[in-house]
Design a protein around this ligand. Structure first.
Ligand SMILES: Cc1ncc(COP(=O)(O)O)c(C=O)c1O
Length: 545
């Protein structure tokens, strides 16, 4: 038992080095810590020594067999590479209660109270279960306003795992998007990228830029099983670069692509993008939010390397990244901007002070930075990623087996239902994905999220609604939180809603805020027009009974 070994070591050190000297009434604690490398139970006035020693006290991360090696995991079922130490009770409600809750929430799952949710698959953002090592590291958080030791731990982890030179911490991913957009984009600029992401595009637009989608066409086809639907269409990208000389401040590449269903980009494609951007003198900025999940797919479908090596390779092909530490890095809050260019870093360090906080905390507390630093290291462990993506695949394959329309191949952080195919009788103007998300909640208390016309928002110039080809409901799986049984319950609820799909109607928006409307929009049911449903059966998305 690790804890016993730690105690034993501490006691041995105390009696050997400090001595069982009864006449010494006070233990020299700073000496105790210096001597007791690897011990967590001493306190020191020399905090630098304490931090360094305690880092090893938490022990190195477990080492797992690399891909390709014959292990039990390749021959038999795998299980989560962790055991549960603390639990949080879930609350189950009645259908009647949920009908009222979703109506009160304006049929927007973002406006539900989490107490009214049974299994929360709204997002994988900040919903991670942290490891014992992360919690232990949090206790060591240095809350100094300036020069926090925890910042240097974070900086070292980022440099080690991702390889960028300069690190600017932010409160979460959008903080980093804000800063890089403000630094690089001039009004009238064009930013090509492999499909938009809501906050990323908004910050580009607020800085005066215009996002142009250059993802391959297969990404817009839910049933297309292209292994790398996050790939950039190289011809489209080159056209944008050629037609907009000096107007492309950077090319933005996400790994994986959230809005396409968590789909990966291949290393081969990224290398080609790199060559193009070099030729046209445009920097390449990575949205690294789920880069380790992307690396899992590269490992399985492309190269077989360990995740850590792939992550490093992907980052080395780019000039910098924005990161939401609420995803891959297994934390509940945090983010950063990392770049190689000193001049950009200098500007970012200056700007972060205005919007986030000093450049050595950027909106995070010291303990947050410690949790992110440890989470980053854990996120590139092969076993962790196999279980993380494996759980998503399990749910996806189950639904696929029942012929429920989902985005294929199954993505890295969630299963995406194809709402157009699920509810073909609900036109896009009636928000089929939002409607389906509301119906699933009503059926079982499982909370999901719309990724369709509501999320896509409006063109800032014309005010016209964007009409995305993909109309999806996302079941995002929080990392290390739910068990396979929760996945079974979720799958069975979707099956039951699928069986009743013809009775589900659409929704119309009755209130929307100016920015990122999906977070706070309110909707109301539109009666269903189905040849299969009689007048009496015409039901709003949640009134299935
Ligand atoms: C791909 C991607 N980029 C950026 C962000 C923004 O990160 P945050 O929510 O930490 O601001 C998200 C969040 O969901 C995301 O999925």
């Amino acid at each position: 038992m690790r804890s016993f070994a730690t105690l034993e070591l501490a006691l041995r050190l105390r009696s050997n080095s400090i001595g069982d000297n009864r006449s010494r009434s006070r233990v020299d604690t700073s000496r105790f810590c210096r001597l007791g490398k690897g011990c967590v139970c001493g306190f020191s006035r020399d905090l630098g020594v304490f931090a360094r020693n305690t880092r090893s006290a938490m022990g190195p991360l477990p080492v797992f067999a690399e891909t390709g090696e014959e292990t039990m995991l390749t021959k038999r079922s795998w299980a989560e590479p962790y055991k549960i130490k603390m639990v949080e009770p879930l609350r189950m409600t009645t259908r009647e209660y949920r009908e009222r809750s979703i109506a009160e929430a304006g049929y927007n799952t973002f406006l539900l109270r989490s107490d009214d949710v049974y299994i929360d698959l709204l997002t994988d953002s900040g919903t991670n279960a942290m490891s014992d090592r992360q919690w232990a590291a949090m206790m060591l958080g240095d809350e100094a306003y300036a020069g926090s030791r925890s910042f240097y731990h974070l900086e070292a982890a980022i440099q080690r795992v991702y390889g960028y030179k300069h690190v600017i911490p932010t409160h979460q991913g959008r903080g980093a998007e804000h800063i890089i957009s403000k630094i690089l984009i001039q009004p009238g600029d064009v930013i090509p990228g492999n499909m938009y992401f809501t906050t990323t595009r908004l910050h580009q637009e607020l800085a005066g830029g215009r996002f142009v989608d250059v993802i391959i066409p297969e990404a817009h086809e839910p049933a297309n099983e292209h292994p790398f639907k996050g790939n950039v269409d190289l011809q489209k990208l080159e056209d944008v670069l050629r037609e907009n000389p000096k107007r492309v401040p950077y090319v933005s590449v996400a790994a994986t692509v959230n809005m396409a269903g968590g789909q990966p980009i291949s290393i081969q494609n990224l290398r080609a993008v790199r060559d193009l951007t070099r030729r046209y003198g445009a920097p390449l900025i990575l949205d690294a939010t789920r880069v380790a999940e992307n690396a899992y797919f590269n490992q399985q479908r492309e190269c077989g390397w360990p995740i850590a090596r792939i992550v490093r390779e992907i980052c080395s092909l780019t000039d910098g990244c924005t990161m939401s530490a609420k995803k891959d890095p297994l934390a509940n809050i945090g983010g950063f901007l990392a770049v190689n260019d000193e001049a950009i870093a200098e500007k970012a360090r200056n700007m972060v002070v205005i919007y986030e906080g000093l450049h050595t905390y950027g909106g995070m507390s010291g303990r947050d930075m410690e949790a992110v630093a440890v989470g980053i290291e854990e996120s590139v462990q092969d076993d962790h990623m196999r279980a993380r993506v494996g759980q998503v695949q399990y749910l996806g394959e189950k639904l696929r087996g029942w012929h429920i329309p989902i985005v294929l191949p199954v993505g890295g952080h969630g299963v995406f239902l194809d709402a157009r195919a699920f509810l073909p009788h609900v036109p896009q103007e009636q928000c089929p994905a939002q409607s389906l998300a509301a119906a699933i909640y009503t059926d079982s208390g499982v909370r999901t999220m719309e990724r369709g016309i509501v999320s896509a928002g409006r063109d800032p110039e014309t005010g016209e609604e964007h009409k995305p080809r993909l109309e999806l409901v996302r079941l995002a799986i929080p990392r290390r939180v739910y068990t396979q049984a929760h996945m079974d319950v979720t799958a069975e609820s979707i099956l039951s809603v699928h069986e009743e799909r013809e009775r589900i109607g659409g929704l119309k928006i009755v209130y929307e805020p100016k920015y990122l409307r999906f977070f706070q929009a309110r909707l109301t049911p539109v009666p269903v027009e189905s040849k299969h449903a009689s007048e009496a059966e015409q039901l709003a998305p949640v009134a299935l009974n």
